[in-house]
Design a protein around this ligand. Structure first.
Ligand code: ADP
Ligand code: MG
Length: 698
């Protein structure tokens, strides 16, 4: 960082520094304790906090405040109120009370509720989440104080992404404390961490404006593959072009002001594709920050004459964009997924690891569910993205350790005996990239798990909420078993030996039972699909299949048991997901039809009739050459034109039926015809910017 970026880092956040400067000492201490330990805020200090926050916001140039939340639309929402309050003719004061800070009431009738809220009770409520600090959003001539909030219905039912995420953090934290106490560890703060790597495309705005499909759906529904795309791998980690660097620098400047630890930037595999990765943070904050990252990327792109595409598959035939969610658990500041130096720490590590493997095996359907969506459907299972089958990759060393625990036989060259829990230390786990399996959807990468299935546009909260809940359940199941098996009191001198003995056997059973979810091979290979089927692992192909697990009574009971989603909340989310998917596909179908009929067909018809005229004239004039060429081309164009007609009619029928799978099939058929025509029609007449332009000219 340059000196100035260091000075401005976190400047637009109501940070500890700002809190201490703007609040009375005792109030600051109480607020900071609330933020640190996620305790409820003492209501008696709300007014004092609001006063200080207002002073800070006004000094920072804010004129308005808003509760900032994440409704089930997939984006964020805000409604601004001015601090300014008229007190008489031409007189006003700036006001912001504790009440304004803590809660808000909003007419929520247009936010999706999936039947949780009837229209006559349309109010929604926002409630301050003090664990994510308030911040300031700037625009060209002003600024707004944003207060991160949860959003719920009159009945208290969650209508957002944050509420279940916070509940799930609590669930997995409690379970972690419980297991750690079994290892004799004193109570400590549990922190779930997330580092979300964000992939995106950038294209020139002038192209974007000429593509109704990109404008309306975020992806290209037509476009022939260019001769050169990503075959040469020359874009990946290539030198970043100055125009893009200027954009990235602006993004970072904005993010750093917001205290968002943007750390790495690079070119991705596909042409015009890039990635931004921040340092990991506490999960709830990291999720809020990723929502802001997406917003800042879009705004900075616009300011630079570019457009940032966050869709999972804006271009067919080249890599799509994901959002790798790196997840871990820290206890008292120590990463539990980092193999420790002592046998005791290794026992803890292996127990958590086994709990996670068990969780993913038992509940991979819910993890898959959390990545469902019209956009990600085009990415998952395409040849460059993780398949829709959720499996776990552990790497060579760790796989060997797991096998040793399972079989009791030594395997590693270095170890003379098989891994003994509580006695042995772990072999070093290499963390270099060569050991990584990029084709695995859920990979252990040295000291964290990397979930690679989430899509680039998705809110990380969806998958993280599921991961936390299923891991909480797994940890609890292990604790329950240990409670039942270890039959000597904790104070007894025999306790540790008995505990290790039972834990060893328990992990052995667990690995035996759940090892089918472990897979080290090539996740992109066709053979894996067959193998996964043999192993009984679910392969949920599209959104409609992937959201079905939300209907399962067992899944509903699990999320209700952990207080993450009530059965009603889960049902409403399934309904919203289905509706969102159907609406998006229907919009795509309509856009494809409109472009096909009103942009492509006229151009092809024109060229065809020009050819027909030319053929007629050439024959009349008795030309000896050229007629064969004209005829051959007109035959191809004529056939294409007929095809175009038939396929548009078919798409229209599918659109009117409204059945998503039918629409997608008809769109695919129509696309093949249009993409063929793109390579035949006079380039200067083709109405849409082409892949070879959009992906390379910027
Ligand atoms: P790469 O996967 O590209 O090799 P890294 O492994 O360094 O890069 O990190 C990728 C992401 O994982 C970063 O956002 C990083 O901050 C995050 N990460 C690293 N450690 C943890 C952790 N303990 N918990 C959560 N995320 C982490
Ligand atoms: Mg990574």
């Amino acid at each position: 960082m340059t000196d100035t970026s260091l000075k401005t880092y976190g400047e637009d956040v109501f940070s500890e520094k700002a809190i201490r400067r703007h609040l009375p000492k005792d109030v600051a201490a109480k607020l900071l304790a609330t933020m640190r330990d996620a305790k409820p805020l003492d209501p008696s200090i709300a007014d004092a906090v609001a006063q200080g926050m207002k002073d800070w916001a006004l000094k920072s140039g804010a004129t308005h405040f808003t509760h900032w939340f994440q409704p089930l639309t997939g984006g964020t929402a805000e409604k601004h109120d001015a601090f300014l309050e008229p007190t008489g003719p031409a007189q006003a004061v700036q006001k912001f009370s504790g009440k304004n800070l803590i809660g808000g009431e909003t007419d929520a009738s247009s936010f999706p509720s999936g039947g949780l809220r009837s229209t006559f009770e349309a109010r929604g409520y926002t409630a301050w989440d003090p664990t994510s600090p308030a911040f300031i959003k700037r625009h060209a001539n002003g600024a707004t104080l944003c207060i991160p909030t949860a959003f719920c219905a009159y009945t208290g039912a969650a209508l957002d992404m944050k509420t279940p995420l916070l509940r799930s953090i609590q669930a997995v934290s409690r379970a972690t404390e419980r297991l750690m106490s079994k290892f004799g560890k004193p109570k400590a703060h549990v922190s779930i961490t997330l580092g979300a790597e964000q992939e995106y495309f950038l294209i020139d705005r002038s192209f974007y404006l000429k593509r109704p499909d990109l404008l309306q759906t975020g992806r290209t529904v037509y476009g022939a593959a260019p001769a050169k795309h990503q075959q040469l791998d020359d874009h990946y980690f290539g030198a970043i072009r100055p125009r893009i660097l200027k954009f990235m620098t602006e993004v970072e400047e904005r993010l750093w002001r917001l205290g968002i630890p943007a750390k790495t930037r690079h070119n991705e595999v596909a042409p015009a594709q890039f990635e931004l990765a921040p340092m990991f943070e506490d999960l709830n904050l990291a999720v809020d920050h990723n929502m802001l990252v997406m917003e800042v990327l879009k705004q900075a792109a616009e300011a630079n004459g570019l457009v940032c595409l966050l869709h999972e598959k804006p271009f067919e035939g080249v890599n799509g964009s994901g959002k790798h969610c790196n997840w871990s658990i820290a206890y008292g500041g120590k990463n539990l997924l980092s193999p420790g130096a002592s046998p005791r720490d290794n026992a803890i590590f292996l127990t958590f690891l086994s709990a996670i493997v068990r969780a993913v095996d038992l509940h991979s359907d819910m993890l898959r569910m959390a990545t469902a969506g019209a956009g990600n459907d085009h990415r998952l299972g395409a040849n460059e993205a993780p398949p829709a089958i959720i499996s776990v990759f552990l790497g060579d060393e760790l796989s060997a350790v797991m096998r040793e625990i399972e079989t009791g036989r030594a395997e590693r060259k270095t170890g003379r005996t098989a891994m003994k829990i509580g006695v042995d230390t772990m072999p070093p786990i290499p963390r270099d990239t060569t050991d990584r399996n990029r084709t695995s959807p859920f990979a252990f990468t040295g000291n964290k798990f990397e979930f690679r299935a989430p899509g680039s546009s998705q809110n990380c909260a969806a998958s993280q909420m599921v991961l936390n809940t299923i891991v909480a359940e797994s940890i609890d199941a292990i604790c329950d078993k240990l409670d039942a098996l270890v039959d000597v009191p904790e104070r007894s001198p025999k306790y540790t030996d008995r505990f290790n003995e039972e834990l060893q056997k328990l992990l052995q059973r667990l690995i035996r039972k759940h090892k089918r979810v472990l897979f080290s091979g090539d996740g992109y290979a066709k053979e894996w699909k067959a193998e996964a089927e043999r192993r009984g692992l679910p392969n949920l192909h599209d959104t409609l299949e992937a959201i079905a697990p939300m209907e399962s009574p067992a899944n509903r009971a699990l999320f209700a048991k952990y207080g993450v989603l009530t059965e009603g909340e889960m049902a409403s989310r399934r309904e919203i997901a289905a509706e969102d998917y159907e609406s998006r596909v229907l919009i795509e179908g309509k856009v494809a039809l409109e472009i096909g009929r009103s942009m492509i067909r006229p151009v092809v018809a024109d060229e065809f009739s020009r050819l027909a005229t030319a053929i007629g004239r050439a024959s009349r004039d008795g030309l000896k050459v050229g007629i064969a060429g004209l005829k051959a081309l007109s035959l191809k164009l004529g056939a294409g034109l007929d095809d175009l007609h038939v396929k548009c009619e078919r798409l229209e029928k599918s659109v009117s039926k409204g059945e998503p799978r039918g629409i997608l099939r008809a769109m695919g058929d129509l696309r093949r015809t249009v993409d063929r025509l793109e390579c035949l029609v006079d380039d200067s007449k083709w109405p849409l910017p082409k892949y070879r332009e959009m992906l390379f000219i910027y």
